[in-house]
Design a protein around this ligand. Structure first.
Ligand code: SF4
Length: 77
């Protein structure tokens, strides 16, 4: 389960986030390319945008479900 106290610092504030256990493997980017980006050093992925419509909400949920290390959470602030 993702830890909201260990967020990748670049995440935009809001419900969805990625924590520092991200590998990164790229799987989530295939599900939600409109919401996610690599950090400049490409060591992690983060939410640069929160979902703002039903399509993006589904994409964020799919990204969370597919993450092999459960680095994506939806209980952020
Ligand atoms: S699926 Fe998980 S481990 Fe892979 S890049 Fe996304 S957040 Fe990181």
């Amino acid at each position: 389960m993702a830890d909201k106290n260990d967020k990748v610092k670049q995440n935009v504030s809001g419900k969805y986030y990625i924590d520092n256990t991200c590998v990164p493997c790229n799987d989530c980017l295939e599900e939600a390319p409109m919401l996610l980006k690599y950090t400049d050093d490409e060591s992690k992925v983060y939410f640069h945008k929160q979902p703002s419509n039903p399509e993006e909400e589904i994409a964020a949920k799919k990204a969370m479900e597919i993450c092999p290390v459960e680095a994506i959470g939806n209980d952020g602030e």
